[in-house]
Design a protein around this ligand. Sequence first.
Ligand SMILES: Cc1ncc(COP(=O)(O)O)c(C=O)c1O
Length: 380
Amino acid sequence: MIHLSKLPNIETTIFTIMSGLANKHKAINLSQGFPNFKSDQKLIDLVSKAMNSGYNQYALMPGNMELREAIAKKFDLLYGSSYHPESEITITAGATQAIYDVITAFVRADDEVIILKPAYDCYEPSIRINGGKPVSIQLEAPNYQVDWNEVAQKMSSKTKMIIINTPHNPSGTIFSEADMLKLQELTKNSNIIVLSDEVYEHIVFDGEKHQSVCLFPDLKSRSFITASFGKTFHNTGWKTGYCCAPKELMEEFQKIHQFNVFSVNHPVQKGLADYMQDPNTYLGLSEFFQAKRDLFLNLIKDSRFQFKPSQGTYFQVLDYSKITQEYDVDYAKRLTIENGLASIPLSVFNENKLDNKVLRFCFAKTDDTLKQAADILNKI
Ligand SMILES: Cc1ncc(COP(=O)(O)O)c(C=O)c1O
């Protein structure tokens, strides 16, 4: 029997490929976005405590109530924005599941979804599996600024959703207040849903402010925010995240969520709820990662790689066009195999695999690892 693939063009993700190659060649792995240091022992102890005190059965479908309350408090504290813990917040198995369920809840066959490239790689397959059509807008290196006129031109009566991501993986750029106001103006009086992927909301540098959709009332009324505890608390393997949206949107989301996963890891949720009672657990993150960015960039400032300092996330993109004109995927592989340093080539996130000779390096690593990586880059 012949099985026709629903996603015929989907290949193994570049993260799996590059991490596999890094392991095989014992290379320093700055490819996949995860820390190589432990998360806070206090958080690990709180999760263990939750397991030992009986939080081992299904959580409520939208998530542990104390965690939803802690998230609501955080939105109030950071953005002066209110999401009701009863009806406007759902805990998910990482941001990935939240993104999939938002798209599945709203995108029907032939609906168009605008995505900005380079784009995180789970958006497009989630749109396609639902019969939707990704409409891509390619952002130009090295600034990756959005041309909102182009967005306006690509919008049509078929546009169901626009996906944004600030701070932006892979480019490390952030949206300004002007960007958000433009998006708000463009979507006003429409039925377009905005999926705002804010997994790096707590990692914004140089005193800039994270521009969450929730700061813009009209935008908030049509938006989902997706978030990731893995990114915030250095434990991507726990795959716990959440999403928030106004009640009527969240009701539709939960119709998918309850049959996709129903509820997620309960002891982790309880541990996170207790841990988040202290806002310092997430407030110091920008400073922590800015020091790593600065260390890394200072070490490679005399190398042949060119860069603009990352404005947010824990990624730094480096332009290698002064070194070689090789296709970025080939160069990333060669750098791993011959030089012992793994990164992610940006073309895999671009429209038609556009190659700007740019690689992405994750600096969520110990200072020692960053120094070793810089030594390699400086010798090239
Ligand atoms: C932009 C972006 N969105 C979503 C995710 C997925 O987050 P999670 O691991 O919580 O599913 C990632 C992870 O790298 C990401 O970079």
